[in-house]
Write a protein that binds this ligand. Structure first.
Ligand SMILES: Cc1cc2nc3c(=O)[nH]c(=O)nc-3n(C[C@H](O)[C@H](O)[C@H](O)COP(=O)(O)O)c2cc1C
Length: 168
């Protein structure tokens, strides 16, 4: 299997926790942890397989550090890149914007021809609307520590199992 990057902010708490659980679920030496706050085009492009941690902040917005990288992303040709998104959100606190960050990022990546993988079912979540929703799936993994913390580990393990079949 090729080396996979997990790109997430090292300064977050919950997003970082999920990154560590994802790394554990993979064979750890196949996965490289990369700080989203220090990402640049050449580092991003050096990986063929990328997992991105994208929480939703500010009522349906991307975290600042991802927002700052969006102009660079919009100039990249991502064809051939396999990218899987995981998001953190709060379905009870923000039912109209649940996991929107994943949807915003998915839209940007798809416009640049990335091969998005790792979609998951919306079953088991309660919310009103989400930009991450595609039919009856989210465009990535949805983790909600505020309301469904105990389900997180199982969701992460199942997701990694499915990613292992898609990654080279
Ligand atoms: C000010 C604020 C705004 C938020 N807005 C949203 C939102 O619009 N949609 C959502 O699903 N979650 C929202 N959340 C919940 C966070 O995404 C959730 O707490 C997540 O676990 C944060 O992860 P992090 O601490 O690793 O960044 C918000 C949280 C805060 C504090």
């Amino acid at each position: 299997m090729n080396k996979t990057a997990i790109i997430y902010s090292f300064n977050t708490k919950k997003t970082r926790k999920v990154a560590e659980l994802i790394k554990e679920a993979f064979d750890s030496d196949m996965v490289e942890m990369v700080n989203a706050e220090e990402i640049n085009e050449s580092l991003f492009m050096s990986f063929d397989q990328i997992i991105m941690g994208v929480a939703t902040w500010f009522d349906g917005e991307l975290p600042n550090f991802w927002d700052e990288f969006v102009p660079a992303l919009e100039d990249l040709d991502l064809s051939g890149k396999k990218i899987a998104l995981y998001g953190l959100g709060d379905q009870k606190g923000y039912p109209e914007n649940f996991l929107d960050g994943v949807g915003l990022m998915a839209n940007i990546l798809e416009k640049r021809s990335a091969n998005l993988i790792g979609f998951t079912s919306v079953e088991g979540y309660e919310f009103e609307s989400s930009q991450a929703k595609r039919g009856n799936q989210f465009a990535g993994l949805a983790i909600d520590y505020e309301n469904q913390a105990s389900m997180s580990k199982g969701r992460i393990d199942a997701w990694v199992k499915s990613l292992k079949q898609e990654f080279d």
